[in-house]
Design a protein around this ligand. Sequence first.
Ligand code: ATP
Ligand code: MG
Ligand code: MG
Length: 379
Amino acid sequence: NAVIGIVGGGQLGRMSAMAAAKLGFRTHILTQDPHGPAAQVSDGVTLGAYDDLTALEKFARAVDVITFEFENINADGLDCLAQHCPVHPSGAILRTSQDRSVEKSFLTETGIPIAPWHQVDDLASLSEAAEKLGFPFILKTARDGYDGKGQRRVYTPQDMIPAFEALAPRRLVAEGMVDFACEVSVMVVRGHDGTIRCFDPGQNFHKNGILDLTLAPAPIDPTVAAQAQSLAASIAEQLGLIGIMGVELFVDRTGTLLVNEIAPRPHNSGHWTMNACPVDQFEMHIRAVAGLPLPEASRHSDAVMKNLIGPDDMALWPDIVAAPGLLPHLYGKAEARHGRKMGHVNVVFPYGSLPGPLGIQDALGPLAEHEKAPELADT
Ligand code: ATP
Ligand code: MG
Ligand code: MG
């Protein structure tokens, strides 16, 4: 049976490897951590840095097709791997998604609506950004940001220099602050034959810059949901994507959609599919990468996904695992450091019966005691 190579050793690789095993594939991980989440459940591991050419070659020789679960890797490294065997998604797609400036230029050229933005390299372009965007705006590092890291909000002219200095000398982009009614994301997958499937949009809530909760389906107008899926499909088509991709969007108060960012890999906001869909995001991804047919991205249940972050959430583990209705997924990380994603919990409801905020609190059991998402607590 064929071996799927996964670059990156985190939880997305772990859950991809588990989905691959279900389809009879073996997996082989390229990582620096021999005991990490993905290595624990894979059939083989090459230890090495993502830009270590010797490790890359050794890895490529051990596998039949390669994918990645982590975006902050060297795209040249992926191109180098592609000389030995197919890599999906391609290095070119990674190059587009891993740099906000390239990503935003691509989305604009493709006719995808995004928030107004300006590239910031120095104080002169910072002033231009303020003039173009007005206040407030957000400064983000062009590369390597995740979980809201590498961002500063700029509310007044006085905030500009401190925010810039906190992030410089890295290359930055400034983005107009969107007054969104809600945040949603769409998982879209595209196969070898060009078949595109989109899961239903989920609504996302963040806490301290980290995804906290996803509700599926997102409680938005069906027309807006369909538009979000069609934007995601159009991005996948334009990229020539093979594999799965998360597309994050803002919905403003008039129901207008703006794409925030794209991630050509399985995505935290798609974890609800693991218990609410016959074929989840990880199996869809593996099917696409391996050239298997893509079934409909259908949903048999409504769902809530709650992330388990750091030591506070993990302290509740005995209660979580004992609570009826909580479906836990742990990532096998040894140490529950602050802000670290340790696992997630899904709760499913019959199709079409996602409860309101109070019902969701109730369904989350021990996690609701501990956590009152402000957005949910208020309504
Ligand atoms: P991820 O972990 O999803 O990769 P990230 O670090 O790449 O996150 P973003 O998705 O760009 O960061 O931003 C994190 C969150 O900050 C968004 O989900 C949103 O809540 C808020 N945010 C980002 N950009 C804007 C914006 N232009 N206007 C309003 N809110 C924003
Ligand atoms: Mg991001
Ligand atoms: Mg994001």
